[in-house]
Design a protein around this ligand. Structure first.
Ligand code: LFR
Length: 487
């Protein structure tokens, strides 16, 4: 019996990858990227959408490569797990055909749907059941813009990929919790809200939990990617943030609320892991979310702007013929004095693409501070603003959940950004443990590995396995210059 490896499909807002994960309970998880592809919102049919057909073709190409690589090493792919960003969905008809390329949450159309939805279901009532933070792009508002849902079913993006691979229509629970139609306490669909909004109870397929199998590859798909037709597609924390949080290498007893995390990528998701939702009015006012994590945990967090602010600036600068190397840019930003201008990184004003440097300057202009003029100053402004946002959010989370934490874990792309990590340690006055970069894919792989029986235990045990294989950096809360130590 060949050793089992796991294929992780992990698609973010700016790129996707297919990885092979090899798991050892003693030495951790090792990842091999076998396929990488770009992603981004595109203007299609008058809206900002995802080119889903292209993404799915890349998933198939990636799985094909994964099959070849695994076979070349005498390994068997035990299962496939899929995660992407949340809230967005594709509509499929009875025959399983996609009605249109899915809208992106960065499309502005849902903004106008917020008020009509709130006239039917007021925000207090919505929050008391769903515990979901208000974001204008939550699925509930997006659905309110659909002209005709008759005969169509909504599949969240990872579920849509799983459906095309297996033919099974399911909704993975961690992602369902971002729709605004999910009961945070019961862990079930909030069907009373669907009814109130005139949505069919079966608009979304039944729930599936991380670790359960959607099913085996359809014969045609198995043939297409060169895998045995019995190969399972297993549900993981299909909301990328749920997978990332599951892979935070925290030393925890699993009682909840004993460490903080920043899942730092396109967005920064900042908060605590709890065992029960916090549905108080104070929590709603602070706009904290109670999204579902792996093993029924609660991701008690807020969305703060993320590296999107910087990547969008880089895109604008590149279009102006200026293509600074990221390392040099961050070094120049780090050399600037502290106390510069800050923006409110989670302002919805920054959600849409384009002209980011100018929008940041406009936001600073409103504060009356000195305008950041060059890329280094704008970069420093973004980093200071993110760190301040993290600190504010952490303090709020501790107050609202009545916890206090001694350490902040930063995972994802931002964990490689020494300037951001040091500023975060300084602003939160807590040590920051940075890494792993690939937390999302690691969480995806580990949940599959546990489903296959290759590892056992709850989240504390899974996190120990991650920590065993990760190289982490620790930042102490002090001033600059950065004194990072390897541990
Ligand atoms: C991060 C993320 C966030 C979600 C946002 C939009 O990739 O999944 O958790 O709020 O994207 O889906």
């Amino acid at each position: 019996n060949a050793p089992g490896v796991f294929a992780a499909v992990d698609i973010g807002a700016s790129s996707g990858r297919v990885m092979l994960g090899r798991v050892s309970p003693e030495s951790g998880v090792s990842l091999e990227t076998v396929h990488r592809f770009p992603n981004g919102v595109v203007e299609i049919d008058g809206g900002l959408r995802w080119n889903f057909d292209a993404l799915f073709a890349e998933v198939l190409a990636g799985l094909r490569t994964a099959a070849t690589v695994a076979a070349g090493q005498g390994e068997r792919i035990a299962s496939i797990g899929i995660d992407t960003w949340a809230v967005d969905y594709g509509l499929v008809d009875a025959g399983g055909n996609l009605a249109a390329q899915p809208f992106s949450y960065r499309d502005d159309r849902s903004r106008a749907a917020v008020e009509p939805v709130h006239r039917t279901l007021d925000p207090e009532r919505l929050y008391a059941t769903t515990g979901l933070q208000f974001l204008q792009f939550n699925t509930i508002y997006q659905l309110a813009t659909e002209p005709d849902l008759g005969g169509l079913q909504a599949l969240l993006i990872p579920d849509l990929i799983a459906f095309l691979l297996t033919g099974a229509r399911r909704t993975e629970a961690t992602n369902a919790s971002t729709t605004g139609l999910f009961d945070a306490v019961a862990g079930e669909w909030a069907t009373e809200f669907m009814a109130a909004l005139g949505l069919r109870k079966d608009l979304f397929p039944p729930l599936i939990q991380p670790g359960e199998a959607y099913g085996a590859l359809l014969p045609a798909m198995a043939e297409e990617v060169g895998l045995p037709s019995g190969t399972l597609v297993v549900a993981v924390g299909s909301h990328d943030t749920a997978s990332a949080v599951a892979a935070v290498p925290a030393d925890t007893n699993g009682d909840g609320g004993d460490f903080a995390y920043v899942s730092s990528g396109t967005w920064s998701l900042v908060g605590l892991e709890l065992l029960h939702p916090v549905l108080t009015e104070a929590s709603r006012e602070a706009n904290f979310t109670n999204e579902r994590g792996v093993d029924g945990t609660i991701r008690y967090l807020r969305n703060i702007g993320g590296l999107w602010l910087l990547s969008e600036c880089q895109r604008t600068w590149a279009s102006e013929g200026f293509q600074p190397d990221l390392t040099a840019l961050l070094a120049a930003a780090a050399a600037l004095p502290s106390g510069g201008p800050q923006i409110n990184a989670d302002d919805p004003y920054f959600i849409a693409p384009d002209n980011m440097p100018e929008r940041i300057r406009a936001a600073v202009r409103r504060t009356g501070e000195v305008l950041p003029n060059d890329p280094a100053a704008i970069t420093r402004c973004i980093m200071d603003s993110l760190a301040a946002g993290y600190a504010r959010t952490l303090a709020d989370a501790e107050r609202l959940a009545d916890r206090s934490v001694g350490v902040v874990h930063v995972v994802g792309g931002g964990s490689q950004n020494a300037l951001l990590c040091q500023l975060t340690a300084d602003a939160t006055r807590r040590p920051v443990i940075a890494g792993p970069v690939e937390a999302t894919a690691l969480g995806n792989v580990l949940v599959q590995a546990r489903a296959a029986g290759a590892v056992t235990g709850g989240l504390p045990e899974l996190r120990r396995i991650i920590a065993a294989g990760a190289s982490l950096r620790r930042y102490e809360p002090a001033g600059f210059p950065v004194t990072a130590s390897q541990n």
